[in-house]
Design a protein around this ligand. Structure first.
Ligand SMILES: [Fe+2]
Length: 245
């Protein structure tokens, strides 16, 4: 499920006194408006231990193909169409850098500390960096990552890690999931979010019957630094997960 910008959200923000409309009072954190704000921004989620540590030449928007390789990645092709929106104005965020990193189809990260014994896919790119265009839009071609064991009986569902960077905005680290995956229901990270917050990070990928791709769209809702920092701090206090991915 993907939300689009709702002008009523701007009204909520206006009433709450954020983003140039005024100053946030300390008591706001306990108010209904504050709770509404935490349901409005794309929620933060843990970065996990597998953010890439070794730079790579190929970080383009096609993670299914490594430059110079004749073979392409193994797995279900997935196209993600995204947009970065400033939730305080509804305007597109132009020139945001959006990073993606994820496991390959087997559930293995290209990271030296991944304890998973599943094989690496030498033809998968693992990491991508894209820039939002004049409409705040970006695209990514990847594969559906595999699930993998996290701790004890906890199996992490297929998910993609994301970081968003834009001057004037706090950096956002989060993850997206595949709608309908049963492992979502027992994931200790996803389930720490409220139902509304979960709806902001679960993407409903649909099969394109004219190709072998699954396609989905996702909107990233951010807020400028001063107000966004406070709002995101509030969100962060709700997500005190262990350092697991
Ligand atoms: Fe992960």
């Amino acid at each position: 499920m993907t939300r689009t910008f709702d002008p009523e959200r701007r009204e909520i923000l206006k009433k709450a006194g954020v983003a140039g409309f005024g100053t946030i009072a300390a008591g706001l954190m306990l108010s209904g408006a504050a709770r509404a704000l935490t349901e409005t921004l794309t929620p933060r989620q843990p970065e996990g231990p597998f953010y890439p540590v070794k730079d790579q030449l190929d970080k383009d928007a096609d993670m299914t193909q490594v430059t110079g390789h004749e073979e392409s990645a193994t797995g279900q092709r997935v196209k993600l169409s995204g947009q970065v929106i400033d939730v305080t104005t509804g305007a597109a965020v132009v020139g945001a850098i959006v990073e993606f990193w994820q496991a390959c189809e087997s559930g293995r990260y290209n990271h030296p500390k991944d304890p998973n014994n599943a094989p690496l896919d030498p033809h998968f790119q693992y990491w991508a960096q894209v820039r939002s265009d004049q409409q705040g839009r970006f695209g990514l071609l990847t594969i559906k990552p595999g699930a993998y064991p996290a701790d004890g009986t906890w199996i992490r569902p297929p998910h993609i890690h994301i970081k968003v960077h834009k001057p004037g905005y706090p950096s956002l680290t989060t993850q997206i999931y595949f709608a309908g995956d049963l492992l979502n229901n027992s994931d200790l990270i996803l389930q720490r979010l409220s139902q509304d917050q979960r709806s902001l990070v679960i993407v409903d990928f649909k099969q394109n019957h004219l190709s072998d791709f699954w396609e989905g769209s996702w909107t990233i809702f951010v807020a400028p630094f001063v107000s966004g920092r406070l709002i995101n701090d509030m969100q962060s206090t709700q997500i005190t997960t262990p350092d697991l991915d």
